[in-house]
Design a protein around this ligand. Sequence first.
Ligand SMILES: NC(=O)c1ccc[n+]([C@@H]2O[C@H](COP(=O)([O-])OP(=O)(O)OC[C@H]3O[C@@H](n4cnc5c(N)ncnc54)[C@H](O)[C@@H]3O)[C@@H](O)[C@H]2O)c1
Ligand SMILES: O=C(O)C[C@H](O)C(=O)O
Length: 328
Amino acid sequence: MSKKPVRVAVTGAAGQIGYALLFRIASGEMLGKDQPVILQLLEIPAEKAQNALKGVIMELEDCAFPLLAGIEAHSDPMQAFKDTDYALLVGARPRGPGMERADLLAANAQIFTAQGKALNAVASRNVKVLVVGNPANTNAYIAMKSAPDLPRENFTAMLRLDHNRAASQIAHKLGVPVGDIEKLAVWGNHSPTMYADYRFAQVNGKPVKDAINDQDWNANVFLPTVGKRGAAIIEARGLSSAASAANAAIDHMHDWALGTNGKWVTMGIPSNGDYGIPKDVMFGFPVTTEGGKYSVVQGLEIDAFSQGRIDKTLAELQGEADAVKHLL
Ligand SMILES: NC(=O)c1ccc[n+]([C@@H]2O[C@H](COP(=O)([O-])OP(=O)(O)OC[C@H]3O[C@@H](n4cnc5c(N)ncnc54)[C@H](O)[C@@H]3O)[C@@H](O)[C@H]2O)c1
Ligand SMILES: O=C(O)C[C@H](O)C(=O)O
């Protein structure tokens, strides 16, 4: 018997990430090739955005995806999030050249108070929320704090793009396929302070650290390359990453919903106090997932270099949380 459709809300649906994301959700790449979906798409009420959304919907229809059980277009989050099982909060202003993601806080924060409240009021009580819109960790924190009736662990931020970028850089350095890299972690904020950590990583069962054996490359090439990759893409494209961001969102939701089989992935999640990160800070942690739940990988040793990096990214997140205190 075929499965009951699940409801997937996507905000910013007519934007560039939306365009790279929706077709893959509708084809089953996110929730499985046997899982029908109803798309609940949200855009701002402006005529131009709503017209663009109509065009995207026409294209979705023209793909004749067998798993696409319905499409709705909305301009009000209270309708877009009604009974939704999954919510991908993408809609927000992207940064341009010369900006940091934190510069978007003032422009984007209020979107996430309003959307957190709407999720709180009308979404499924089991909704899984992924915040992509930048600054992603703090926006996810705002949405979580604005939704006191939903479990806090249902709110997550996207660090998966950083995780995938780090894996790719290591694979390149070692001249191996990226799929051979395992047990990578990215700690902290989706910003240049993030700490991509390959101390525990393995390549075909052997330690990556030994294979690279170059702390200078780690500190002066790898970490800046991964941390500033978003800016490098903006510089090259004139626009921020879209297809790779959509891909990371698919990976994040896929793994959260369907499990990682013991594989480590990175998710931005509200801290439970693990590794000394204060409760509720929306922090990138290495996790495994099973049965729709994630668990932080425990017992990793944090050396002095790593502690310094973790402290720095934590301080940045605490500063961002301070800057939005008045909204919560
Ligand atoms: N976390 C990550 O790894 C990551 C990666 C890439 C991009 N991003 C961020 O994702 C966001 C979207 O990027 P994009 O390139 O798709 O931008 P875009 O400008 O192409 O699209 C954003 C869309 O969101 C819509 N929108 C704005 N406010 C909205 C609201 N309140 N409700 C619903 N829709 C709304 C806009 O009308 C627009 O169509 C940006 O903030 C960007 O910085 C995050
Ligand atoms: O860098 C940006 O502003 C977009 C996104 O967060 C990215 O990392 O590519």
